[in-house]
Design a protein around this ligand. Structure first.
Ligand SMILES: [Zn+2]
Length: 130
């Protein structure tokens, strides 16, 4: 261990053990890169994908995330939407039937982006501030 090697270390934020620059985890404690960084709830967690999957039924994904009235709104809107697009599809030669999958995609996309009020990933992350 010469001076050069010494210079290329940084102290572990938790226990001050010298770690090589670019280290992703501490050899002496449970510090890992990104530790204590605020992880946005909408970061592609499993619960986001569950919400997308549930959006097969528009609104279920939102209800899953705790947005009950948003979910109910999407559910009611989709029933109305299907009815009018279905009826109008005869008139517009099916063009507006294309709106239906777009609506589904949008609801699923929105379910993905919507913050998880229920915070389903909490149990995976462990206690806050640990
Ligand atoms: Zn450490």
């Amino acid at each position: 261990m010469g001076p050069d090697t010494q210079a290329k270390t940084f102290p572990c934020p938790l226990c001050n053990t010298p770690l090589p620059l670019g280290a992703e985890e501490c050899t002496s404690c449970d510090w890992v890169k990104g530790y204590r960084h605020n992880v946005p709830v909408t970061s592609g967690d499993v619960s986001d994908w569950v919400a997308v999957g549930l959006s097969i039924v528009p609104g279920l994904g939102h209800i899953f995330k705790g947005h009950y009235w948003t979910g109910v709104g999407y559910l009611v809107a989709s029933v109305v939407f299907v009815f009018f697009v279905g009826a109008g599809g005869m008139v517009a030669m099916g063009f507006n039937l294309l709106l239906l999958p777009l609506y589904w995609i949008w609801v699923g996309f929105h379910a993905y982006l919507t913050p998880d009020l229920e915070d389903h990933m909490r149990s995976f992350r462990g206690p806050e501030g640990a």
